[in-house]
Design a protein around this ligand. Structure first.
Ligand SMILES: [Fe+2]
Ligand SMILES: [Fe+2]
Length: 237
């Protein structure tokens, strides 16, 4: 993860892109794959109803992950290549890793549909989660270490916001946005530096973000509530 840095380029103020939202998104994936493994590995916590809800949640998460990768492939890597042609080896590796993850994503989606329909055993879904988790965790770390380092060097704050808007936000309905934000902030430790970087006004933090960060413990609102999975937090550094 990077921090905003202020500099001067061609006599104009330059605020480096802060990739906090990328980090929060990646950590939400890590958090829910870990939570899924906990539920799938403990039949006592997996009632038929919770099982169906977990299947639907995994389907939504795989759709969201594909959308995330497509946004990077179609919008972010070309922009970085244009700004820094010497970064092509890293960017090619990013695309190749996305491509390698496509198969495990589709397999988990199919298993998640089976979980909803009651025709797939939790242990088979667990295998699909683990098959995806290995290459995905490696990719997320690689992207954070190398691709985000390029982002913070060649993109400014506005470039980054424009990219996020174009690639991921445009076209979302209000309800879709609320669901996505609630998922992102679930379990995040919102300490002062993170709040400052996110630019969260105090009333929004106290009235919306802080309650949503505890959503995993609310029965009826979260599939993790009342199970050990609810204790898994999102580790944003
Ligand atoms: Fe990413
Ligand atoms: Fe990626």
């Amino acid at each position: 993860m990077t921090n905003p840095e202020v500099g001067v380029v061609d006599g104009l103020p330059w605020l480096a892109a802060d990739t906090l939202t990328m980090s929060v998104f990646h950590n939400a994936l890590r958090r829910d794959l870990e939570r899924s493994e906990i539920l799938l590995g403990s039949p006592e916590n997996l009632s038929p109803r919770r099982s169906r809800r977990l299947g639907r949640h995994l389907q939504w998460m795989m759709h969201t992950l594909r959308w995330h990768h497509e946004g990077e492939d179609h919008h972010l890597w070309p922009l970085l290549l244009e700004r820094e042609p010497g970064s092509s080896a890293v960017l090619d590796a990013m695309q190749a890793e996305h491509h390698a993850i496509d198969g495990p994503v589709l397999a988990l989606e199919a298993h998640a549909r089976g979980l909803v329909a009651g025709r797939t055993e939790p242990r088979d879904v667990m295998d699909a989660v683990k098959t995806l988790a290995k290459p995905l965790m490696e990719h997320l770390a690689h992207e954070e270490d190398e691709a985000m380092e390029i982002v913070s060097r060649v993109l400014n704050h506005r470039d980054w916001n424009d990219f996020e808007q174009r690639a991921w936000i445009d076209g979302y309905t209000v309800w879709e946005s609320v669901r996505f934000v609630a998922w992102m902030v679930d379990g995040v430790e919102w300490n002062r530096p993170i709040r400052r970087r996110a630019g969260l006004p105090a009333p929004i933090y106290w009235a919306v973000v802080k309650p949503l960060a505890l959503i995993a413990h609310v029965p009826g609102l979260s599939i993790w509530a009342g199970t050990p999975a609810a204790r898994v937090r999102s580790r944003v550094a």
